[in-house]
Write a protein that binds this ligand. Structure first.
Ligand code: HSE
Length: 405
């Protein structure tokens, strides 16, 4: 018999509990839920296991448990609870990317000191078993690059805005209704959630520690219907892509909306689906695609961690404790882009661009105080430098850059 205490009975918690109940017959080892911590007990009146639901964390810790599962989300008090559980020598499973990306190093050390496992398959890419792939299946490889769609909410919003012409607000509301978005969707739409997940994957892939805040992050809040119109002209879709690429002894990391060819793999990953494209030195390219958010896909990953611990497949993750990765913000590779430059002098901007870039094309000059250009350039750093240079001109009002990858 394995005794389990669960913190949180929201989207992920209810998916997990459904899977525990559904898989009872399959498992020789009976899973007994001894306690479930919630904020409001009344809300769960009609839920299964109501008799063990509590609003008191002390009550949860007073009940016997071998494994504590944290699916409440947020940093506090999840951090304090996880730390306490590990110190009490309980295995911990968490779906919390914020927690792992921010306090991974400390928590894995505590787990090691107490000879218990801290597992987190559900923290990245929902139902895709990407943590297991990186920590176990690919251990004979050196990973060179990760290119991924890691946030279901923003992928859902971009899909709905692009194909169904929904407004940003309408699409976000639908994502919230379906349980994909974070309690505060700022983390989704500003790209922080994807950056945290990228930092976790990068640590495991490159065996170094990554601070998610050091990643070059751009969200999707500035994307409007015209961007989709311009993307379409080039047979492209807009996707929020997270990338980590080895460049000699440094790692280029970025989370930003980019233009992807309609025929590419990334373009075919729509709605809340996530995708991770890995490049390993021995295996070559590997592609993982699956639901990245939602009750049962995420519950499925938490359940798999539970099953591992029940079957004594423990893990000891050391990457978060390794030397800090040296990160760079711009890749040294061809950077063709659409630049939407807001300006009071469109002709001057076009002329400046002609002087700087090899090839430019005017896409749209009909908008008030804005000129839209296609430019070809040998490096993103160079494009960025150009933007920095014209920032001081009095005719400059702002610039949006969408890169083709
Ligand atoms: N808000 C997250 C997403 C949930 O949309 O991907 C899964 O981590």
């Amino acid at each position: 018999m394995t005794k389990v205490a669960i913190m949180g009975y929201g989207v992920v918690g209810s998916g997990l509990i459904e899977l525990i109940d559904k898989n009872r017959e399959k498992n020789d080892n009976e899973v007994v839920i001894t306690s479930i911590l919630v904020r409001n007990k009344e809300k769960h009146k009609n839920c299964s296991h109501y008799e063990v639901i509590t609003t008191d964390s002390e009550e949860l810790f007073s009940k016997e448990s071998d494994i504590v599962i944290e699916v409440m989300g947020g940093i506090h008090p999840a951090y304090e609870y996880v730390k306490r559980a590990l110190t009490l020598k309980k295995h911990v499973i968490t779906a919390n990317k914020d927690l792992i990306a921010t306090f991974g190093q400390e928590l894995f050390n505590i787990a090691k000191e107490n000879s218990v496992s801290l597992k987190f398959e559900a923290a990245v890419a929902g139902g895709i078993p990407i943590i297991k792939a990186l920590t176990e299946s690919l251990c004979g490889n050196k990973v060179n690059a990760i290119k991924a769609i890691l946030n279901g909410t923003t992928n859902f919003i971009l899909t709905k805005m692009g194909s169904e012409k929904l407004s940003y607000d309408e699409a976000l509301k639908e994502a919230q209704k379906l349980g994909f978005a974070e309690a505060n969707p700022e983390a989704d739409v500003e790209g922080y959630d994807a950056a945290r997940k990228l930092a976790i994957l990068s640590s495991l892939a490159f065996d170094k520690s990554f601070k998610w805040e050091d990643i070059n992050i751009n969200g999707i809040t500035e994307i409007d219907s015209n961007d989709f119109k311009y993307a379409k002209k080039f047979n492209c879709k807009i996707k929020l892509v997270a990338e980590a690429v080895k460049c000699r002894n440094k790692i280029y990391t970025s989370v930003k909306p980019v233009l992807v060819d309609e025929d590419s793999i990334l373009a075919k990953i729509d709605n809340e689906v996530n995708g991770v494209i890995l490049n390993g030195d021995e295996i070559g390219e590997l592609i993982f695609i699956g639901k990245g958010a939602g009750k049962l896909p995420t519950g499925s990953s938490v359940y798999s961690d539970l099953n591992d611990i029940i079957n004594c497949r423990f893990s000891d993750i050391g990457s978060f404790n390794k030397e800090k990765a040296e990160m760079i913000n711009y890749a040294h590779k061809t950077c063709n882009s659409i630049l939407r430059i807001r300006t009071s002098d469109k002709d001057e901007v076009v002329s400046r661009c002609r002087d700087i870039f090899n090839n430019i094309k005017i896409i749209d000059k009909s908008l008030k105080d804005e000129v839209v250009l296609y430019i070809e350039c040998t490096s993103e750093a160079y494009v960025q430098k150009f933007i920095e240079t014209i920032k001081d001109e009095i005719y400059y009002k702002g610039c949006k850059k969408l890169i083709f990858i």
